[in-house]
Write a protein that binds this ligand. Structure first.
Ligand code: DGL
Length: 270
C-alpha cells in the first residue's frame, strides 16, 4: 500500500441508521475536499431504546472497523451514542472525536433569550441526562425541558415524513413542550432534522429549531485545522457507505430522502 499522510486519510462518521446522513450532508458541504466513510448500524437500529451497555458494545465494534480503515477523525453522528458512549470512543482511538451534544448545546445557548430550552431525543438520550448536564456545566441559569419521542426514528426510517399520522404523533409528543414557553428546541437525535417541517408546524414559528449539524461541521473543521490534517487534494473527496443490515434498503431510502446520490453501499458484519 502506498504511503499516505494523515491529511489524505478519511473521516469516519457513524449512526445507527441514516440519521447521521443529516450530519454528513453538512460536513460534505463545508469540507468538500475531505474523504468520508459512513457507517450505519442498521442491523441494530434503533439505538434509542437499547441500554447504554448494548450501545457501547455496538460502538466499540464500529470504532474498530474505523481503525482498520485508518480514519483520521471520528464523528459520532448519533446523539444516543454521544450520550452514553463518547468516553468509550475516546478511550479506543487516538484521533480527534467529535460528538453531537456539545455543538448542539453551544448553538442553543448562543440563540436563547428566554433561557428556556426544550430538548427532544431518544429514550436513552433523555434518560442519560447528557443534555441537562452539558447545559448546566456551560450555564447554570438555563431551564431545560426534555421529552423522549420514541416513535420519531421509525417514522423517519420508514420515510413517513409528511403523513397525517406523522402530524398526530408529533403533536402527541410536543404538546407538553408547547406550554413551556421555550424559545429553542434542540433536535437531539440526528434523525429528527428530517421531520423539521412537521415539527415546525406543530411547535410554531416563535421557537427556533436547533439542528446541530452546522456547529458540528465547524468543530470538525477547527479540529482538522488545529491538528494540521486537512485534506488539500485538488478534487472533491469520496464518500463510502457501509451498513450492518441490508445495503439495498439503505441505499433506496437514503436516495429518496437526500439530495446526494449514493451509488454503492456495502455490508459489513461487525
Ligand atoms: N440518530 C440517532 C440519535 O441521534 C439514533 C436513533 C436511534 O437509533 O434510535 O440518537
Amino acid at each position: 500500500m502506498p504511503y499516505m499522510s494523515l491529511n489524505e486519510k478519511p473521516i469516519g462518521v457513524f449512526d445507527s441508521g441514516f440519521g447521521g446522513l443529516t450530519v454528513l450532508y453538512k460536513l460534505v458541504e463545508v469540507l468538500p475536499k475531505e474523504d468520508f466513510i459512513y457507517f450505519g448500524d442498521t442491523a441494530h437500529l434503533p439505538y434509542g431504546t437499547k441500554s447504554p451497555r448494548e450501545i457501547k458494545r455496538f460502538v466499540v465494534k464500529i470504532i474498530d472497523f474505523f481503525k482498520s480503515l485508518k480514519v483520521k477523525l471520528v464523528v459520532v453522528a448519533c446523539n444516543s451514542s454521544s450520550a452514553v458512549a463518547l468516553q468509550e470512543v475516546r478511550k479506543r482511538v487516538n484521533v480527534p472525536v467529535v460528538g453531537v451534544i456539545e455543538p448542539a448545546v453551544r448553538a442553543a445557548l448562543k440563540n436563547t433569550k428566554s433561557r428556556r430550552i426544550g430538548v427532544i431525543g431518544t429514550e436513552v438520550t433523555v434518560k442519560s441526562n447528557a443534555y441537562k448536564i452539558a447545559f448546566s456545566s456551560a450555564n447554570h441559569n438555563i431551564k431545560i425541558f426534555q421529552k423522549a419521542c420514541p416513535l420519531f426514528v421509525p417514522l423517519v426510517e420508514e420515510g413517513l415524513l409528511d403523513k397525517e399520522f406523522t402530524h398526530s404523533i408529533v403533536r402527541y409528543y410536543l404538546d407538553e413542550l408547547k406550554k413551556m414557553s421555550i424559545d429553542q428546541l434542540v433536535l437531539g437525535c440526528t434523525h429528527y432534522p428530517l421531520l423539521k417541517k412537521v415539527i415546525r408546524e406543530v411547535i410554531g414559528d416563535e421557537v427556533e429549531l436547533v439542528d446541530s449539524s452546522v456547529e458540528i461541521s465547524k468543530e470538525v473543521s477547527s479540529a482538522l485545522e488545529t491538528k494540521n490534517i486537512k485534506n488539500i487534494q485538488k478534487y472533491d473527496g469520496y464518500r463510502k457507505f457501509f451498513v450492518s443490515g441490508s445495503p439495498s434498503r439503505f441505499q433506496q431510502r437514503a436516495n429518496k430522502l437526500f439530495d446526494f446520490k449514493i451509488d454503492e453501499v456495502k455490508q459489513v458484519k461487525l
